[in-house]
Design a protein around this ligand. Structure first.
Ligand SMILES: O=C(O)[C@H](CS(=O)(=O)O)OP(=O)(O)O
Length: 258
């Protein structure tokens, strides 16, 4: 039983369909990662090994971490940039093989940096699904200038195309910073008109909003509800985010219904 459990409303347990939390692992050591899971795995659904960090670590260490995360019912997957690098190098088949042999069952398919046309991205999603992977895709560009060229309607169209191709969920790109990208302005504030455009048209249970900043997490929870799907959460903010979902912090106290 948790401490002071009579003071907190319960939230749906894992596996969750809503209220998903995706955490960004930028290269944590196995002991730190395990320690983190010991205290907070109940509040984490997915963990992303960020961008191209994986090739810098030993295979046995990566495998140990993948197995460890899964033993806590947390689904690990490699960052989309690594997949884009594989595609750029014409090594997609090898990428699938290596991912499988390291124990990954979920992959991110994105075109945030490398030029991959929508049709080709959809083909790659279908391919990964046919190979037996669960696919989380990503919509948006990492370069703010290229990202600004995407109108809200473009994002709606791209999300729908990814879902039709077989993606289980779609990440709304916001990088590690959450600034000057997607629906966020230079300071990380949310552009409300764009947010409303997307939320009016997209199935919220299929969208994971990358929201690394606390103010963004609070905004989504107050607007969409405590069971909004949020991603790129820094490891040290997992418990803090859960308190915001449950109204255990001043920002949402008395304002969320579970
Ligand atoms: O798309 C992302 O949010 C991440 C992190 S960042 O953009 O490199 O800051 O990239 P990914 O390649 O999906 O890990």
């Amino acid at each position: 039983m948790n401490a002071f459990d009579f003071l907190t409303p319960p939230r749906s347990g894992k596996p969750r369909k809503n209220g998903i939390t995706m955490v960004l692992d930028k290269g944590m050591g196995p002991a730190s990662a395990r320690d983190l899971m010991e205290i907070s795995s109940d509040y984490v659904d997915f963990i992303k090994f960020g961008w191209g960090t994986l090739p810098l670590h030993r295979r046995d260490t990566v495998k140990e971490k993948v197995d460890m995360y899964r033993s806590f019912d947390v689904e690990p997957y490699p960052g989309g940039t690594l997949f884009e690098i594989a595609h750029l190098n014409d090594k997609v088949e090898e990428y699938f093989q290596e991912a499988r042999s390291l124990g990954f069952e979920t992959l991110e398919i994105s075109n945030g940096t490398v030029e991959i046309e929508t049709e080709e991205k959809c083909r790659l999603i279908e391919m990964a699904v046919d190979e037996g992977f669960m696919v989380i895709s990503e919509v948006g560009k990492k370069d703010p200038e290229r990202d600004r060229l995407l109108e809200p309607d473009d994002r709606v169209r791209l999300v729908r195309a990814d879902l039709r191709a077989g993606a289980s969920m779609v990440l709304m790109e916001a990088r590690e910073s959450g600034q000057n990208i997607g629906i966020y302005d230079e300071r990380g504030n949310i552009r409300e008109d764009e947010f409303n455009h997307l939320t009016d048209r997209l199935p919220m249970d299929k969208i994971i909003w990358e929201a690394p900043q606390k103010s963004q997490q609070v905004y989504f929870i107050l607007k969409i509800g405590p069971d909004v799907n949020l991603g790129n959460i820094p490891p040290e903010e997992i418990t803090a985010l859960e308190t915001i979902r449950r109204g255990l912090r001043g920002d949402t106290l008395g304002k969320v219904n579970l």
